[in-house]
Write a protein that binds this ligand. Structure first.
Ligand code: SF4
Length: 96
């Protein structure tokens, strides 16, 4: 029972929008664009430390997401660096 009360009620009954699967599907919280984080994320914070304007951690889901797509060459470079630094290869660029 440890920690049960810290989990949001809707998550406990399985209909929370915070479930990792739903975040990566219909309720995808990644900003629309080429870069995205998938559900393999372990919330290590590396991408946020490298590109804080582009990645954030959803504390409820313990999952990073792209909050702002890169546009300038400098921003793209930072996101690329974050993608390469991700220890579980959870950051992707589909090139769209
Ligand atoms: S670097 Fe990868 S594993 Fe770490 S928080 Fe970012 S997406 Fe998640």
């Amino acid at each position: 029972m440890i920690g049960v009360q810290r989990v949001p009620f809707l998550y406990q009954i399985g209909i929370s929008h915070y479930s990792r699967e739903s975040i990566m599907s219909e309720n995808n919280i990644n900003a629309k664009g080429p870069y995205y984080v998938d559900q393999e994320c372990i919330a290590c914070d590396a991408c946020v430390l490298i590109a804080e304007k582009h990645f954030k951690i959803d504390e409820e889901a313990a999952l990073a997401y792209v909050c702002k797509q890169p546009h300038t060459p400098e921003e793209i470079s930072l996101c690329q660096e974050a993608m390469e630094a991700c220890p579980v290869e959870a950051i992707h660029n589909d090139g769209q």
